[in-house]
Design a protein around this ligand. Structure first.
Ligand code: BEZ
Length: 327
């Protein structure tokens, strides 16, 4: 073959390759309610970059943090219609529709983020994901962790009785609603992004949150008492629209699943490392953290357990798996 002919052939193949990638290239829109600085958003961005690279440019991911696409309830609807491709969201919205997921929020199911990451990769939690296409119209790709839950209060919280009658901001879904009802609190549903002002104007007296949210949303400027109870894990779930999934090849599904799981799983190590630093930053800002364990809640925890053992058999399985985890 002459040199010029070889050149023309090479140019033709390169153009054809680019045209084929261009024709089938897909930008996946991924929504989150957490801010751009939050670890979940960073995991979504890292997943998108790796997906672009590993798919040779066939896929890219546009990340929309801070509730730009609406609340999690709204994003779930968009996933169901195919108007949104992916979301990393709290498991709360899913637990509102599929009750078994509520068992993941059992008080003191795990002791820290490392155990949380392990349990979420175990058979019961993974098994629950298979319910999602039929019950919620979405595909559950995997889970990640957030910091353990605690309370930030604008009142001294020396005993569990101090919470009685207080307006506590919660993420509204059954396991957390039951927990605060048993504590005698007046639970106040509210997106986490509204809490700063609500603490300032007395709309709430306290908030169920985690160290990262307190620090990144600067909630410690509005309430000074951190009850570091670590009473629940708070998983994030990686979701893909069932409609978009149905139009995706087996090979592409495997890649999207693998990378979503990889980057969600990476959150465990990140939170394990950042927790001490976040705590130190909050303490340096003049806030005292009071560490308490299950004993602080007295018989309230058993009451929660009795209710939820009747609601879902998955709770007993999760407790068994959790008991077998390394301490
Ligand atoms: C919350 O509602 O408390 C929450 C929201 C996003 C991430 C973690 C927690």
């Amino acid at each position: 073959m002459k040199k010029t002919t070889k050149w023309i052939c090479a140019l033709f193949s390169a153009t054809a390759l680019l045209a084929s990638v261009g024709a089938s290239a897909k930008d996946l829109r991924l929504g989150l309610i957490v801010p751009g600085t939050h670890a979940w958003t960073q995991a979504a961005q890292a997943m998108g970059e790796e997906l672009k690279e590993r798919s040779g440019g066939k896929y890219s991911v546009s990340v929309f943090p801070a509730g730009q696409l609406g609340s999690e309830a709204r994003m779930l609807q968009q996933l169901q219609t195919g108007a949104l491709d992916m979301a990393f969201m709290t498991t709360a919205e899913i637990a509102n529709r599929v009750p078994d997921f509520g068992a993941l929020f059992a008080p003191y199911l795990v002791k820290d983020v490392v155990q949380a990451g392990e349990l979420l990769n175990g058979p019961s939690a993974q098994g629950m994901l298979t319910q999602l296409p039929a019950k919620a119209g979405v595909v559950g790709l995997g889970y990640g962790v957030a910091g353990m839950r605690l309370m930030l209060n604008a009142f001294p919280t020396e005993s569990v009785e101090a919470v009685e009658g207080r307006k506590i901001r919660i993420t509204p879904f059954p396991p957390v609603q039951d927990f605060y009802r048993l504590l005698g609190a007046a639970s106040t549903p509210m997106p986490i992004t509204d809490v700063y002002d609500a603490l300032a104007n007395g709309q709430v007296d306290g908030v169920d949150a985690d160290l990262e949210l307190i620090w990144k949303l600067r909630l410690h400027e509005r309430a000074k008492s951190v009850l570091q109870s670590n009473h629940m894990m708070f998983p994030v779930i990686g979701l893909m629209s069932g409609r978009i999934w149905a139009q995706t090849s087996e090979q592409d599904r495997a890649l999207i699943r693998e990378l979503t799981r990889k980057h969600l799983n990476s959150l465990t190590a990140q939170y394990e490392q950042s927790e001490a630093q976040t705590q130190a930053s909050i303490e340096e800002a003049g806030i005292t953290l009071v560490r308490v364990g299950p004993e602080f809640f007295g018989d309230k925890l058993q009451q929660w357990e009795d209710i939820w053992m009747k609601k879902t058999p998955v709770l007993a399985d999760l407790r068994k798996e959790a008991a077998a985890l390394a301490p």
